[in-house]
Ligand binder design. Structure first.
Ligand code: FBP
Length: 548
């Protein structure tokens, strides 16, 4: 494998650990019994073996000799910077407990467990991947582990390899499934522990005990670097409006964090759009107004950040998509026979008056995307909708109308960007490198102490790493009941942007000034070597949330 100079230097980085873990042996301090965030009776009934367990924190303790054990690990869902460090922390943790311990990685996600596709992760392999981005050490996948038949298939290979515990590194859905699996194996008395680790760049797997999901820090810093570069270009040429869509399937944490880092002229926050029941036209009008106000000052340039999930948070668009899903599912054959050039008119004729009017107002390209790109369940794949183009085209139309009315004088030229994959596999920042290594190491300690149904937790993360608090949180504590595919299911509550939270409030307090003034911040690339205030800063989101 050819390596860059940075990769070679970075391989030698020793991630920092919380003090309690650095000594290598821990004492378990159990807190009070827990309960789920909501729907306590229903969750308790579904998880009789793993409900109500106490919160756990680790303190430095005496080393104990434990018999050798084997552990399995799975990377689940979208990539997030630091996954390799979770695995290396887990590896180092179990090897410290007993050098005979072995780590098996299941290949390409949860499917690897079901299909018995695995490899042993030896020291040589681990060393190749320390402090690197990506999930390529074993690959990832989106197979959902939810059927008993899958649990049983998984148990076959777990038995064969003598695996005592499985670590599932994933987002809210994967950790929900980890919890269901933990409960299933406990109920069956199979003696297999299951531990979860909080991963996702989207930042929406968090709560009082899980301060952030790993990867969010590096991904946001990577996007903020590039947005900063665009802003400098924008402020140099002074002729373009840049419409920048940012990943985050539904929550707007990434867009909000980037806004706090770069101070753009506009950042749309989906959760606010929904709370204020804004229409697509309201969003467009808001952006067009900022463009017009800046133009009045002679500034025909600017930046607009747009969260990927926006369309689904606009109540009227949500209703349109729902009707389209049902209509196209029921009339797929007839629709397929309509000539492409007539499909738009056909849909306009068939939809209810409210949805038909909205559909008719959409630019052609977006209207087509709404009818063509569907996932295997028949749903529109909203992430494929080019929201950045949709908004800029609609803003252009609005500005043209305002020009006619004499309300706008200026020039409007747009550039479009979508940042997502660029950040998901970036080399982890020091924060993510340390946080992930600590999460993995913590998982090894939870396993050694016989825990199952817990998520690895590392808190106090705006303090220096030595002061971080490592422990475990019962996954059932994060659950509530939600309707999924028409049925009530136990799931980990997704953390959307809170409009009364400190990060949103800090943004809302400054956005009007950022809109009109040009007060861009240029964060520059992530730094791995250098002064701590440059290299080790946590995200603005974490800093604001934890400000005392
Ligand atoms: P996870 O929730 O699995 O961590 O994935 C996050 C994400 O990167 C979203 O931001 C994005 O919408 C989605 O994955 C893209 O999915 P895919 O990797 O299948 O293209």
């Amino acid at each position: 494998m050819t390596k860059s100079a940075l990769q070679i230097a970075r391989a030698a980085y020793q991630p920092k650990l919380p003090k309690a873990l650095a000594s290598g042996a821990v004492k378990v301090v159990a807190g009070a019994a827990t309960q789920s965030v909501a729907d306590q009776e229903a969750i308790k009934a579904l998880f009789p073996n793993t409900y109500g367990m106490p919160l756990i924190t680790f303190e430095a303790g005496e080393a104990v000799a434990l018999p050798a054990m084997n552990v399995g690990v799975i990377l689940s869902g979208g990539q997030a910077p630091g996954g390799h460090n979770v695995i290396s922390g887990l590896f180092d943790g179990i090897k410290k407990l007993n050098p005979e311990n072995k780590l098996y990685g299941f290949i390409l996600g949860p499917g690897g467990l079901v299909d018995h596709n695995y490899m042993e992760l030896t020291a040589d392999i681990i060393d190749e991947y320390r402090n690197t981005g990506g999930f390529d050490i074993i690959g990832s996948g989106r197979t959902k582990l939810e059927a008993e038949s899958q649990f049983e298939k998984g148990y076959e290979i777990i038995k064969e390899l003598g695996i005592k515990a499985l670590v599932i590194i994933g987002g809210d859905d994967s950790n929900t499934n980890a919890c269901v699996l933990a409960e299933y194996y406990a109920a069956k008395n199979y003696g297999v522990q299951v531990i979860g680790c909080p991963k996702t760049i989207d930042g929406d797997l968090k709560n009082d005990m899980i301060e952030t999901s790993f990867g969010f820090d590096t991904a946001c810093k990577t996007y903020a670097e590039v947005i900063g570069n665009i802003q400098r270009d924008c402020n140099s040429a002074r002729k373009y409006w840049h419409f920048i869509k940012l990943m985050g399937r539904s929550a707007s944490h990434i867009a909000l964090e980037c806004a706090l880092q770069v101070q753009p002229n506009v950042c749309i926050v989906s959760e606010e759009v929904e709370a204020k029941d804004m229409s697509l036209d309201d969003v467009v009008t808001y952006i067009a107004k900022v463009v017009a106000d800046r133009a009045a000052q002679g500034n025909n340039f600017g930046t607009v950040l747009i969260p990927e999930g926006l369309v689904e948070f606009i109540p009227a668009m949500k209703r349109l998509i729902a009707e389209l899903n049902d209509f196209l599912a029921a009339n797929a054959e007839e629709f397929g026979q309509i000539k492409k050039s007539h499909q738009r008119d056909y849909i306009i004729r068939k939809l209810s008056p409210e949805n038909s009017a909205i559909y008719a107002s959409l630019p052609e390209g977006v209207a087509r995307q709404l009818t063509l790109d569907r996932d295997p369940h028949g749903n529109v794949q909203v992430s494929l909708i080019e929201t950045e183009k949709l908004l800029s085209e609609m803003v252009a139309t609005k500005l043209a109308a305002w020009k006619e009315e004499g309300k706008y004088v200026g020039k409007f030229a747009a550039q479009h960007h979508f940042f997502g994959y660029e950040g998901r596999c970036a080399a982890p920042s020091n924060f993510d490198a340390d946080y992930c290594y600590s999460l993995g190491y913590t998982a090894s300690m939870l396993i050694a102490n016989g825990k199952t149904g817990y998520m690895s937790s590392v808190r106090n993360t705006t303090a220096p790493a030595a002061e971080w608090i490592a422990g475990g949180v019962p996954i059932t504590m994060m659950m509530n009941m939600e309707r999924r595919h028409g049925e009530m299911k136990p799931v980990i509550q997704k953390a959307l942007v809170k409009l009364d939270g400190a990060p949103f409030k800090a943004f809302a307090a400054q956005r009007d000034r950022w809109a009109i003034e040009t007060d861009y911040v240029y964060p520059g690339p992530i730094q791995y070597f250098g002064p701590t205030e440059v290299c080790d800063q946590a995200t603005k989101t974490l800093q604001l949330e934890q400000a005392k």
